[in-house]
Structures are given as C-alpha cells and as structure tokens.
Design a protein around this ligand. Structure first.
Ligand SMILES: [Zn+2]
Length: 221
C-alpha cells in the first residue's frame, strides 16, 4: 500500500506543465501506481477548467487578427512538439510503469552496471535535473545505500521491493522527497527482493562517513 505520496505542490506543477521533464516523468510514474494522487490531479484539473470557463471572453473586434488566428490552426505543429504516442502502444510490463517505460524503454533492455557487485547495480538514464543524471538503482536485500546528505533536492520512487529510512518504510509506488537538510541511509529490508529505485536529484549526494565516502569514490552513490 502506498503511504508516501507526491507533495501537492508538485502535483499542481504537474497539472500546470511546469515541472522539469525528469521530475514530471517521476510524478507521472507515481500517478500510474497511485489512485489517490490520480484523484487529486483530476480535482485540480477540474478546478483549473472551471477557472478558465469563468474568464470573460475577449471581444474579437479585429477581423484581421481573428482571420490570422484561425489560419494558424491549419499550420503544422513545430517539430519538437510532435512526439510519439507511445503510452497506448507500449507492451505491458511489471517493473516499469508506462510513463517511465516510454522514456527509458523496456526493462529487459536496461544495461545494469556496478562498482560494488555485492551491493547492487545501477543504470544512468538519459534524463537529468540540473545536469545530474537520473538513475535506476537496484540494491540487493540486506544491503543499504550508505548514509549521505544532499546538495539539492532528491526524489526517490520505489519500483520494486522496499526500504526503511528511519521510521518510514517505502514500497512500490512510494515517493520520498528530501532536501539539503536531510542526512539518511536507505536499508533494504524486504526479504528476498531486490529494491529498484528511480532516483532524481538536482545536485550530488554528500557522503556521510567512511563507508559512504568509499561508495562515492567508486561512483556507487
Ligand atoms: Zn500518491
């Protein structure tokens, strides 16, 4: 059961279309798994639609302007707005919900690599927030992401398995949002199941302690 949701402020930015792409992908992936947040988004969209309906129409007293606007409706869309329509055609798959799969491809094609083979693997994604690549992280049961702080915001979405961070337990669909004020470690404690995370950061992690410094040096956090 999902207990950790996307903050309302991020849902509003998602509805408004103002989130950076990689954060928007994370939110859309959470929405694919979370009926509660889908309901929140539907209410926000209804409220936004009602507000737009209340706007007084502007009198179109300039015939030339109106003709120009109507003519532009027939123009082809700019190339960068014509994207594929992959959501409807993507094959079903358990690990990656459609919004994420449509960006990174099917999980069978992911190329996992590791510098700490006893701990886990990762896939850097061709997505970034402020120049820091998003990653898929796969951490083995009984292992941990060593204690670290953050130079910016870190968004984590659980795709499989689960982890404990202090009093919080996070499972598939849960989202954790932390900022520079947070120093934490993630302990993979769901028996027998790899924990797969989508990690999005606006800046690097700051190692806290020798174990984390070694992991950072190895490029593992
Ligand atoms: Zn939610």
């Amino acid at each position: 059961m999902i207990d950790h949701h996307v903050p309302d402020s991020m849902l509003l930015d998602h509805v408004a279309g103002t989130l950076p792409m990689v954060a928007d992908v994370l939110v859309a992936t959470h929405l694919a798994l979370c009926p509660r947040c889908r309901g929140e988004v539907a209410m926000m969209e209804d409220a936004a639609g009602a507000m737009l309906a209340d706007v007084e129409p502007v009198a179109a007293d300039d015939d030339a302007l109106l003709a120009n606007l109507l003519g532009r409706l027939d123009d082809p869309l700019p190339q960068d707005t014509v994207g594929p329509a992959p959501f409807a055609t993507a094959p079903p798959e358990a690990l990656l919900p459609k919004p994420l799969r449509c960006v990174v491809g099917p999980s069978k094609d992911l190329v996992w690599s590791t510098s700490l083979p006893a701990v886990g693997k990762r896939v850097p994604l061709d997505l970034d927030l402020a120049g820091v690549p998003a990653t898929l992280e796969r951490v083995f049961p009984g292992r941990s992401v060593p204690s670290h702080g953050h130079e910016g915001v870190e968004l984590t979405l659980v795709l499989a398995g689960g982890y404990t961070d202090g009093p919080g337990h996070f499972v598939r669909g849960d989202v954790q949002v932390v900022g520079p004020e947070t120093v934490h470690s993630l302990n993979i404690d769901d028996d027998g199941e790899d924990c797969v995370l989508l990690s999005v950061r606006s800046a690097g992690r700051v190692p806290d302690g020798l174990k984390a410094r070694i992991a950072k040096w190895l490029g593992a956090i």
